[in-house]
Every structure is written in C-alpha cells, then in structure tokens.
Design a protein around this ligand. Sequence first.
Ligand code: SF4
Length: 340
Amino acid sequence: MMSTLKNKPATYRYEENRGRFIKPCPGTPRYVCCGYRIINFAQGCTIGCTYCILDHYFDSDTPVLFSNVEQLIGELKKTVANSKGILRFGTGEFTDSLLHDDYYHVYGRILPLIASSSNAVLEIKTKTVNIGTLINMDWYDRIIMSWSLNSDYIASREERGAPRIEERISAAHRVETCGYKLAFHFDPIVFYDGWEEGYKKTIEALFHRIDPQNVVYVSMGSLRFSPDMQDSLMQRSDVYLHGDFIRGQDGKMRYFRPLRTRLYRTVLGYLKQYIPEERVYLCMENQDVWKDVFAIDNMTSAQLTKRLDRACVRAFPGLISKQKAFTAAKEGQGKLDEIR
Ligand code: SF4
C-alpha cells in the first residue's frame, strides 16, 4: 500500500537510552488508568497534528531512535518472564508506532517474543499506513494493530500530515485480512459545528470495512492540552475556539464535564450499534464521567485493567495470566475454562 504520509522525518538522531525502555502508562491517580505498559523505543513525531502535546515534551523536531535495542529486548524478556498477570504493552506514547518502520526494524525482534509468550499482548498504534513490514510477518498472534481515528473534518484540518481516515481504515482492513486483531481510538474527540455527523460517518465507514468481531476494544478521549499550549492552539486552528475548557485534576485543559459527557455518550451510541459497550473505554477520565457515560459507580483503574484484560482474552483465547495458568495446571482443564 502506498503511504500518503506527508511529513516523513527527514533525519533522525540515534541515541543510547540510558533509562528504562518499559514504563507504566503515565496515568494520574485522579483519572481512571488502563494499566498499559509503554515500550519506549523512539521519541518525537513529525506528523504535526495541531493538538499534539509531544512538541511540548521534546525540544527538537528531529525524532530520536534508541540504538541499544538489545537492552530493550532484554528488558522486555525479563518483564514478561517476571510478571504474573496479563501484560498489555504499547509503543505509541512518545511517537507514532509505525512512523519509523521503514528505517528502524524493531518489530522483527519484539513480535516473536510477544507472540510466543502466554501472558502478553502488544498494541501498535498509528495514524500512518506503513504496514508493509507487518503484513509480511508471521507473528500476528497477540498483536493488536490500532489506528487513531477522527471525523474527516478534524483529520483533514488538524491531522494534515497523516493519511486520510479512509486510507487508515483501508490499512486496518488489510492487516485484518492478514490475521491481526484491531483496536481504534477516537481521541481526541473535538467539539465543532457538525461533530455528531462527522463522528457518525467515520464509525459507519469503519464498520462497513471491518468485522466487529476482530475489534478488541475502542477508546474515547476528548481534547486535552497543557495550559501553556492554549494560545498557540487557538492560533493554529479556530476549531479550538468552540467549547469551554477547564483545568483538570492532572493540570491539563479539557472541555467542561457536561460537554465531555455529551461527546462520549453520543460517540458511544454510534459504536454500540456495532460492538458491545463492554469493549469501549474512556482514556484519562474521572469516575464521575464513567458514571455519566457507562452508569458504572466508582470505576477504578483495577476495574478498567480487568475490562481490557477480558477484551484481550476474548480476542486471544490462549492468553492467560501466569497465576491462572499455575492454578489451572494444578486443578485441571475444568478450572482453566472456569477462570477464563
Ligand atoms: S501522530 Fe500522534 S504523536 Fe504524531 S503529531 Fe499526531 S498526535 Fe502527535
């Protein structure tokens, strides 16, 4: 598939990572967190979404690729071996997961390791259509290919460096035919005139091509940014002039709670026509919003972790935490069926 990525990096910096490669998702205690672990092999992104917070974290426009891949693999092996629970890894926190894939072939090392484990899943999250390497690999078990989606209106104005929504959905369909399971992230959901129709159309287009059975989960998150980005954001696009913002408990600006609830309920309503509510979750939201949107009281990070673990076990029936595998080995197959 031809990539229509417009802003490929012109140069890279290769550096040794002197810290840890694997870190817990940087959730904050005041928001319900998904319990994801980040594999941090690169930092920086040139796609240039107007709302991106990464510019704020890194001083240089040149992405950094970490050269000590052996150390990454060692750390990953150790984490998988030492963990008793189900591990959900992701690579798309400080970069786009597939942006560098033409130059930096890290998945050839990571995928076999995940696919041969009993308790780990890897999510590769992207806005690109750089799937050339992945469609030629045989290790698709326990791998979730995921795309960030938006309305056509927001994608064409605010994600100009990324392929169009239609192209992202086509890429997802292509990897689906290779056996990969899928996830989608409606994040950031942005409020503007016509947003309802915009998100509805994207969801209809998505499930016109994609079998809902192959979708592990879908997340929803609304626009958020650090307070010192506010002026530049408003200058970059008038779309950010719609809606009122408050400073959240993590210090980031976000829409007022009633508006966030309205956005999520509406998008959830569209999604529920195709997939069960149980497979949808909110990214970085508080318990009040979980209650307003899903009618779940006192949602905790532990409960969300279980919700996503269950979604992964449904998609990958062989996936099992080591603790459960140990119990099953002692008590027989009947017990295994019962605890899955
Ligand atoms: S693709 Fe993701 S990381 Fe890259 S600019 Fe857009 S929001 Fe930022």
